[in-house]
Design a protein around this ligand. Structure first.
Ligand code: AMP
Length: 355
């Protein structure tokens, strides 16, 4: 649990002059672009010389750079950032580079509820949360000897699917498993993948109403994962495995997608249940989050993961998605985050959306 008190952190802040800061990676072009559209100044935290690349995108680059030797040095600059009334927008790379413990200790107002990290990063707690919300997750196989159908083996803390592998039998599992690395075995769910991008606001009521605040669906994507997504160019996965070529699950990009409209009520019911459960477990998941799902041929959703902040899958939609366009033209997740901060500042409710 973070011991930081958001009201203390905000006492010195000029709420009419907030700036938006994030690490230059992941979804930062979108975050800076969205903040700019809502009239915020922005700070890009970068290791090494990143300016050159950002100069190539004038509408996505930050107004100023804070160049650090390594990400943990952000702590040394926390006073400087606070003097600039900075609000941190965390994304997946931000949390990864800084490390979860450091992220929880960072003494700068941060968008969203940082305590969600404890529920998201522990696979058992994540299951308690999502199953408690009534969602169906892939079956977990506790004993590898019980593997009697395709499973996916996931190493703990592996980033971007690195090292994950498919096994169909116990023997295959034994051949592939790396000794000494903690892992989880999940049923490999057959179906089509949809990564659903939601936004929950505890302070805005004009969307899909919840017990407190409301929920929006801003977009959805499918991840492009090497080599699994194109390995069939060389032959079937079964054929390739016979000659020792095994597919991998490393994310390289994101593809925009829409879903058949009749599934949208389920999408909202799942998002709503996840938020309601989070409100009772740890005070609520605030802002953007993503449910990573597979839709089976029975049109049922199996949810294999939750990401509790802006995901890179929102990047195809810097200028809006087929869903967000029906909320407001030109609305990205980055821009929606900036709007939330603007609304909270205006209503004097910043402590409801920051930790
Ligand atoms: P994750 O790190 O849990 O997001 O998993 C990385 C990738 O592995 C996902 O994007 C999916 O393509 C795939 N994957 C993960 N879990 C499952 C599952 N239970 N069934 C099928 N594919 C999965």
């Amino acid at each position: 649990m973070t011991k930081l008190d958001i009201n203390d952190m905000l006492t010195s802040y000029d709420k009419k002059n907030l700036t938006i800061a994030t690490v230059c990676s992941h979804s930062s072009l979108q975050i800076f672009n969205g903040a700019r559209k809502e009239g915020f100044k922005t700070i890009g935290i970068a290791v090494g010389e990143k300016k050159k690349y950002y100069d190539a995108f004038p509408l996505g680059k930050p107004d100023e750079f804070l160049t650090v030797n390594n990400y943990k040095d952000i702590f040394k600059y926390s006073n400087e950032l606070k003097e600039k009334n900075a609000i941190i927008i965390p994304h997946g790379s931000f949390v990864e580079y800084l490390g979860a413990d450091n992220f929880l200790k960072l003494d700068i107002p941060t968008f969203g509820n940082r305590n969600v990290l404890l529920w998201e990063s522990d696979r058992n707690k994540e299951r308690v949360w999502l199953e408690g919300a009534g969602l169906t997750m892939p079956e977990e196989i506790k004993n590898p000897k019980d593997i009697d159908k395709p499973v996916i083996v996931k190493y703990h803390g592996a980033k971007g699917g690195k090292g994950f592998f498919i096994a169909k039998t116990y023997d295959e599992f034994l051949r592939r498993i790396k000794k000494g690395k903690p892992y989880t075995i999940q049923e490999f769910v057959m179906g089509t993948r949809y990564y659903l991008h939601y936004f929950y606001s505890p302070i805005y009521d004009d969307a899909f109403k919840l017990s407190k605040g409301s929920l929006q669906l801003l977009s959805m994507d499918r991840r492009d994962e090497t080599t699994i997504d194109e390995v069939q160019r060389l032959g079937s996965i079964a054929e390739l495995e016979e000659i020792g070529i095994h597919p991998t699950f490393v994310v390289t990009g994101n593809i925009p997608i829409v879903m058949r409209e009749s599934l949208l009520p389920k999408v909202f019911d799942m998002g709503a249940a996840v938020v309601e459960e989070s409100l009772s477990l740890f005070g609520g998941i605030i802002g953007s989050f993503c449910l990573e799902t597979v839709v089976t041929e029975e049109l049922e959703f199996k949810v294999f993961e939750i990401s509790a902040r802006i995901v890179a899958g929102t990047n195809p939609y810097i200028f809006g998605s087929p869903y967000s366009e029906l909320i407001q033209p030109d609305l990205s997740t980055g821009r929606r985050i900036a709007q939330e901060i603007k609304l909270a500042a205006k209503k004097n409710l910043l402590e409801k959306i920051l930790t």
